[in-house]
Design a protein around this ligand. Sequence first.
Ligand code: GTP
Ligand code: MN
Ligand code: MN
Length: 355
Amino acid sequence: HSDVDVVVASLVPAYGCQRRTPLTNKNCIFTDALETLSKEASFCGSDGRSLAFIRAASVLRSLPSTLTTIEELNRLPGFGEHSKRVVQEILEDGFSAEVERVTQKEKYQTMKLFTNIFGVGMKTANRWYQEGLRSLGDLRNSQKLKLSKQQEAGLQHYEDLNMPVSRAEADLIAKMVEEVAHSFLPGTIITLAGGFRRGKLSGHDVDILITHAQEGREEGLLSKVIGQLQSQGLILYHDLKRNSYHDAFSPDSKSTSNMDHFERSFSIFRLKVASHIGDIGARDHSPESSKDWKAVRVDLVVTPISQYPYALLGWTGSKHFERELRRFSCNEKKMVLNSHALYDTVEVQVAISQS
Ligand code: GTP
Ligand code: MN
Ligand code: MN
């Protein structure tokens, strides 16, 4: 390789948010392996190890070309012993025996299956695994299992929700939401965030931000929008949460969690799709083969215009980019960044001590 490669590789910055990452990943052979190990670590409750693998994968993702030698790897930041070993193995053998072993594990497969259900986190998945449950059928047939409404919907629409959402489908849903929102409040601003805003061609859900140029006008809008869509039969599941940012910045709420305080709904839409056999008269009761709709996960988030820039930044992702941006703000700038604001920690300390 040329001297240019050496210079470029040695210039990869340490924080993920400082790196420009191409839309198409040239290193998926490595990043897939590292992400499997990251998942496996998180299934075992080792969040630190899980993050280490994510960090390494994120560095490789940012490279403009495929990694070919271990020397190149040695010049990259963010690689620990273990991640290095995995990449080296793949460079030498074309695959990692360790990763192969992990993907064969019953616990890994079951945890992956269960955590892919909308509404099921690591704790629940693990409990079900410990109780001997292994398949979606086991969950569906279990008599004693207490599912939340969210999990019930997640299980019911599992197949649809695990099919990628296309950009066209996302645009359709944004348009649906926009039309209804405008009927209640002209001037409502609807923005497609998440992976689609980063230019991805498909995603696992549709992330939509809702705001209005006049502060406060957006309040109460979401329940009307959802209600209207629901009456049209377009909502399969929704769970409306009111905003809580009025009590968010009290000194005792030193919440470090990533959850924000906006009014929001994590919902499932019923999206009309062209039936592949073209039977115009298809209805709900028609056989599965002629189903003319698809369940799609939609996150709706309402923000006052004053917080909109932070919300937009926070909801555009990726998850790792956001984590790195916050780490950078805190460590390098001594500032706190979240989906509501960017502020100086020193000034807040002063304000709190004076109040
Ligand atoms: P796909 O949907 O898988 O295509 O990728 P994505 O990048 O759109 O992921 P996702 O929809 O999970 O999240 C989009 C962005 O919203 C990410 O930056 C997340 O960190 C952020 N996000 C998701 N849920 C929450 C939440 O509850 N609170 C906050 N503040 N941010 C969230
Ligand atoms: Mn998304
Ligand atoms: Mn989302």
